[in-house]
Design a protein around this ligand. Sequence first.
Ligand code: AMP
Ligand code: ZN
Length: 482
Amino acid sequence: MALQIYNTLTRRKEPFVPLEAGKVKMYVCGVTVYDYCHLGHGRTYVVWDTVRRYLLSRGYAVMYVQNFTDVDDKILRRAQQEGATMEAVAEKYIAAYFEDMDRLNVLRADSYPRATQTMPEIAALIDQLTSIGYAYSAAGDVYYSVRRFAEYGKLSGKHLAELEAGASERLQDEELARKQDPFDFALWKGAKPGESAWESPWGAGRPGWHIECSAMVKKSLGETIDIHAGGEDLQFPHHENEIAQSEAVTGKPLARYWMHNAFLNVVNQAGTEEKMSKSLGNFKTLRDLFEDFPPMALRLFLLKTSYRNPIAFSLEALKGSEQNWREMEEVLRLAPWLAQQGQSVAGDILFDPWVRRFNEAMDDDFNTAAALAELIALGKQLAGRYHAAIHGTPLADPVRFAREWCTFAFLCDILGLKAGEPEVRPSALPEAEIEAQIALRRQARAERNWMEADRIRKQLLDQGIVLIDHKDKPTTWRHADL
Ligand code: AMP
Ligand code: ZN
């Protein structure tokens, strides 16, 4: 079966057919850079990174663009608090974003456009919208006339008639006075004293958030792209407004597939789930979590749930994922051991049944929950056989084991799960000491004192020495990271 993608625009799964065969143009709305990323941001960018990796694995050439929103009220406010410029605040948190996402093994985008570097294109787009009658200027601001765009609401299913009710309460009087209609939204905001501002035909000011993305998509990927993605809160108004802006100008669909991931939630004291967010104060930054968990355990945790289902955050669940990851990582690190067994670790993978089941899961709208379950099961099987082998039960079929191991490593890579540097450094333990411990363990085993034998094995492992038992010859050893 071909890849199926749930398209928010049509509210159903559709076969994935890119505009140009073999190529995928993908745009993901990026972070507003005024603070460190929390695990909720981690979810969003791990999800889209995994989608990208899977498309690559299926042979597509993926052009992946993700912006940084570096002009925004929140950045302005943070700059005022920190006594810094908006640019300095943005640079600081862009650098932090890369540090965090690199640790989560999120591939770098092909480009990272920024609003501040797209000003001429933003102004040109606003100018076009004004000249075709979809936008109007008012006292230094420019607004989009929502009612002019007949298809407004087609993405989110929110139609103006339903929105009417509460709308007026949400608007600030000042802005309302300038708008021809309460639903109109700002494309350009005239500068208030002391704010960073850019020159424009409408006076000094700065762009609205939605027009930034419309301009950046067009500049970096063209008029119609294949996949436009982001967190589910972006459906409305952000993506709805992007559609209204871009499609009014081009007359073409902005994106063929609109994809939205559900939130990472936190259960509050009343027992209900709420989005992890800065404003609710219920967040854990990625960098804090990295202190306690391997980054890959977090990545695995985020992929255990498929992207359209919410995740409830808990430390217990994270610990469970850490356990899964430690097992998988042990198996991923078996390459040197396999080489010692004379097995090739570079190449042959088994296409059946593991890859087939993995691909079936991923083809079903990127069902990482099912794909990962396959992978965890394969990892457990391999770990079991490896442990038996080093305890004296040789591998029944070493060639098959090696091929399954290659399959495992290959599939882990598609999900972006990679083993870190081994924590155990080469042991400084003298060989004579290792041999003495092995002799003590042999004695313990002869006395059927399995606890003591296991304790010695564990103690040596903590010092970087792995023992390998054999059926027909004495126990040998190797350095853990060889
Ligand atoms: P922001 O910087 O707030 O614009 O957020 C950047 C991206 O992270 C958007 O796509 C949001 O939808 C997403 N995001 C923010 N909080 C969460 C969360 N708790 N769970 C999942 N995604 C989130
Ligand atoms: Zn956007």
